[in-house]
Design a protein around this ligand. Structure first.
Ligand code: SF4
Length: 341
């Protein structure tokens, strides 16, 4: 059976015409039902003939995750625990009016193995398909009173490690015949893998890029992010410059401050030096302690010293208040459902 929610418009049109022998105009009708009106069954598509609906039913399915739980944090962040065809997923809604951001997962677990991340410690359990990525967004959108305005691919998994499915999902969710999230409102977050950022650049689109740097010292970075052994900081910088040069957009450098690991002034100096010739903004995030992992949050004083060092030296620095810490929906805290498998 075709997982129809995972077909971008051009694929849907080809399939309808070549395989189901339908007229091309059917593609827009169907795409609108699936991605704009977000029908969860073919029976809802009342302006399609019964015969056509019956053909669709016998050849395809609409993925509709079962919501197994949702946990709301005091700051309004909601973590959704979803049951997808291939496993459990965790998706987070972050309300920061007027922005309502959904953080999507792209893999079951992750093979990057970041030492401070619960998902990384859960190991890799498989890639998500395009429909599984897209349907997370639709489930959260259906449960949100406010229109979802932004999407970040920053949940479980490394998006560049599941590129084909992620690329299709990007095209579907930014298609103006569907849910129509603007390209500039969608951010792909990566730890940086060889050739990964180039694939985003090659799309020739305006999607945002966030790089989880966590240290500008190669040795520290490899200690925190074992997959960084495969890519040097200088190569990563070249990749980022290719992105900024091609898109005209700044890249966001994500830096999670962890006590005793990357919070020293030596690390701050390395970060200031590394980032000075990259059009970027630096997002500092104070680590959320994860049960069973040894890493801790730096003190207020250490955090402030780090920021005070960066402010006069860097183009733009923000300290991002972590959202959803109490529901384990914050950065590095997803994956509990995988661990419990
Ligand atoms: S921080 Fe991101 S890339 Fe690293 S293990 Fe966790 S999910 Fe994977």
């Amino acid at each position: 059976m075709i997982r129809i929610l995972g077909m971008k418009f051009s694929d849907l049109e080809t399939w309808l015409v070549d395989e189901l022998h339908q007229k091309p105009f059917r593609a827009k009708q169907l795409f609108t039902w699936l991605h704009h009106r977000r029908a969860t069954s073919f029976d809802e598509m009342t302006d399609l003939s019964l015969k056509f609906r019956s053909i669709l039913k016998s050849s395809s399915v609409i993925t509709h995750p079962e919501q197994t739980d949702s946990i709301a944090s005091e700051d309004g962040t909601v973590k959704f625990l979803l049951s997808l065809p291939s496993g459990p997923a965790e998706t987070v809604l972050i309300p920061e009016p007027p922005r309502f951001t959904v953080c999507l997962s792209t893999q079951y677990g992750c093979r990057m193995g970041c030492k401070f991340c619960m998902t990384g410690q859960a190991g890799f359990h498989g890639n998500m398909t395009t429909d599984e990525i897209v349907s997370q967004l639709y489930t959260v959108a259906a449960n949100s009173e406010n229109r979802v305005s932004n999407v970040v691919l920053m949940g479980m998994g490394e998006p560049m490690d599941n590129w084909d499915a992620v690329r299709n999902a990007l095209e579907i969710i930014s298609d103006d015949r569907g849910i129509c999230i603007g390209q500039r409102k969608i951010t792909v977050s990566t730890v940086g893998i060889p050739g990964g950022i180039r694939k985003l650049v090659d799309m020739g689109k305006q999607y945002g890029l966030a790089v989880s740097l966590h240290s500008a010292v190669q040795e520290t970075r490899e200690m925190l992010v074992p997959s960084a052994k495969a890519i040097s900081l200088s190569q990563l910088k070249r990749d980022m410059l290719e992105y900024t040069g091609t898109t005209g957009r700044r890249v966001t450098l994500e830096y999670c401050l962890i006590e005793g690991a990357n919070d020293s002034l030596k690390e701050a100096a390395a970060l200031a030096d590394y980032s000075k010739d990259i059009p970027c903004k630096i997002n500092l995030l104070v680590y959320n302690a994860v049960p069973d992992l040894e890493w801790r949050q730096p003190s207020e004083q250490t955090t402030q010293k780090f920021i005070d060092y960066l402010y006069p030296r860097c183009q733009a620095v923000t300290l991002r208040r972590s959202r959803g810490g109490e529901v384990a929906g914050a950065c590095g805290q997803l994956g509990a459902s995988i661990l419990k498998k």
